[in-house]
Design a binder for this molecule. Sequence first.
Ligand code: 0A1
Ligand code: ZN
Length: 876
Amino acid sequence: MPQQPQVIYLKDYQVPEFLIEKTDLRFELQADATLVKARLQIRRNPQSLSKNSALVLQGDKDLVLCRVAVNDQVLAEQDYRRSEESLSINDVPDVFVLETVTEIYPDQNTALEGLYRSDGMYCTQCEAEGFRRITFYLDRPDVMSVFTTTIEADKAAYPVLLSNGNPVASGDADGDRHWVTWEDPFPKPAYLFALVAGDLAFIEDRYVTGSGREVTLQIFAAEKDLDKLDYAMISLKKSMRWDEEVYGREYDLDIYMIVAVDFFNMGAMENKGLNIFNTSCVLAHPETTTDAGFQRVEGVVAHEYFHNWSGNRVTCRDWFQLSLKEGFTVFRDAEFSADMNSRTVKRVEDVSLLRTAQFAEDAGPMAHPIRPASFIEISNFYTMTIYEKGAEVVRMIHTLLGAENFRKGSDLYFERHDGQAVTTDDFVQAMEDASGIDLSQFRLWYSQAGTPVIDVSDEYDASQQIYTLILKQRCPATPGQSEKAPFHIPVSVGLLGKSGQDMMLSNGETTQVLELKEAEQRFSFTEIEEKPIPSLLRSFSAPVKLHYGYQRDDLVFLMSHDSDGFNRWEAAQKLGVDILQELIGEYQAGNELVLDNRLTAAYRAVLTDLSLDQAMVSKVLTLPTEAYLSELSDIIDVDAIHAVREFVIKTLAEALSSELIAVYDRCNVSEKYAPDATSIARRALKNLALSYLMKTGKPEQLERALTQFQDADNMTDSMAALALVVHSPYAKAAEVILEQFYLRWKNEPLVVNQWLSVQASNPSKGALNTVKQLMQHESFNMRNPNKVRSLISGFSSLNPVNFHAMDGSGYRFLADQIIELNNLNPQIASRLVTPLTRWKRYPADRQGMMREELQRIMDSGELSRDVFEVVSKSLA
Ligand code: 0A1
Ligand code: ZN
């Protein structure tokens, strides 16, 4: 890869010069190589302005080109030109058939893009630009083609041969081989192409659509995982029903397939009719999967299914529009999960993630708008910003339009653009046209990066009974954008009276959406009989940082009275942040730490109030995480944050131990495991109580955890106990149960991944050595992204105290792994850089060491585009 890779700009977009009407593929899978024969029906695009241009197809440098023919005429070498990344042919007719034969080597493909082998089976990953690693093609999403795919392979080793669409023919071939032909009637971009060949088992079900069409549903996995597929099937059927009910969208093919693979760079992929899933996002069984795992399966199955409309039927014009499909689809899957489980819990989890990971991204060197203006490597833009902030932007449209208008807008969008490759602006336009609501200023959310900050103050005029909120917005500079225009921000508010009731507002309701559009704006409420306590940004109505000078007593009040469940949690978080930040200051000054007993009292009240939404109790009683406290810090003091948070947990645990024991006993019921919202809430609360109790350091609490570990009949309880013991000072006990756990689960890779992760995230001294040893363990494999994520990211992202060790050992270790992975798997290598990109947030000594490691990566030799982009932007 060149050291100065090319930057690609949105402003340079041009319609394709050629279109591919039909794509006929034939794959011959051989022991060491695969032959790819492509027959493309091509014509010049009448919409293109360049009339005589050469045909330029993208193709990876490793493709071995065996034959090129135009209209059955084989081309001689001088008739075409091969460059590092393309194949050009001059003087092609306006309409013609192009044939190529290419040889590729899936066994050597460690990048896991294009066609590769995962544990003996073949599979593909073509988004974003993987298809060009399979054959020469117009590998861009606005070239949509009808695909026919024939796969030929050894019958015994690869009995199952799958591709997109419907199977239309099959037969035997010479030499114990067989073949199957698949036809996908829906035109699609190459990034949605998929192929699978392997010895796979499957479960099958059927689904009847609202209009009465019958669809066959199949989920494929290795034989040994056949008992872990039922939950994905249930989730799939629920998703299909939900999309009909909420969006009026039906499935369109006769068959829907999901395949589980062990080696996968991301979570899953929405290939038309043939989703390919990371095993971690599809396999679920009570004995091996935690509650969080079950919910992930439900959410990801829904996400990929929803893409069939938001992504496949209506796709992206170019990769700058990625959030068109991802933001919208994340919003859809979040609403689905909220409907299936606890809405408030789902919101709290999503907001927590956004405020830690996405806000940090928005404040760092890789900050970009949800519609980026440029990139070097598109794989680097599958980010929290494109996905999660993108979903928040769609949510704000939903808030501004209301549910009914939003549905009109989505109907119009799907109808207007079915079968097209479009832009985020087309989406917003449909929402505007259907609702009549002006979103012109709102569009800035697509082009401006950074997290807006809103400072709120208020005035109460008792004689006039007028209460006024004064909102001021600003947005910090981000790379390439020093000045920002004011955003259009929906700020949902309620006002609480002294007795805790919601006041009636001028819209006749108790919640009102203020539309902040100016840099500073005043909103007055009339007939307000007493000075209210405001409940601001209800349900987190916009992805912003909002400041208002709450007193601690106000927050305690809101914790118990706010009618908005999200804001009750938010009040607890704000109280926690306020107290922790003050203590961090004391810690840094070397003073003795004393906990404000209002926190203890508030926690006691929540612990003992059985009338509360039990699903929310464990969330309310979880202190702001170290990651969130870090994000809120100007200069991150890793050790102070950790020490202070530990102090508060221990103090709370000691003060509340009898209440915590009562809660633990109440929730520790024996019942058959079920991943429903009520039982998930009970286990969460039980394990939260246990986590506090363990911090008392009392031997009987260790006993409690060990008993839970031994008796658990489900992975949630067993993993919670394991993590608590491993992260405690009881090193000997930890060693014993880690060993026991491994022996029991060593044949379940997903369980072993969690076992790796628990050790990698251990805040005790010596974690780095453990991680290094585990890299030599039989269960570790640098080529498997799930292993890398569990062990290496587990250390660099979930173990701040050790990663940021003052001797720089954590940074050095991470840089070594990035340098190694840069050659094996650039996408994974590039993602690993993230913690180092945040160097500016740390004190000077750590900054220096982090920068040095970034520089060492930069100087380490030939960098992939992926790693180059992130490292160079971090050093700029
Ligand atoms: N479109 C998928 C995410 C995805 C993106 C890239 C991949 O390979 C590099 C794989 C999956 C989704 O949103 O689920
Ligand atoms: Zn997606």
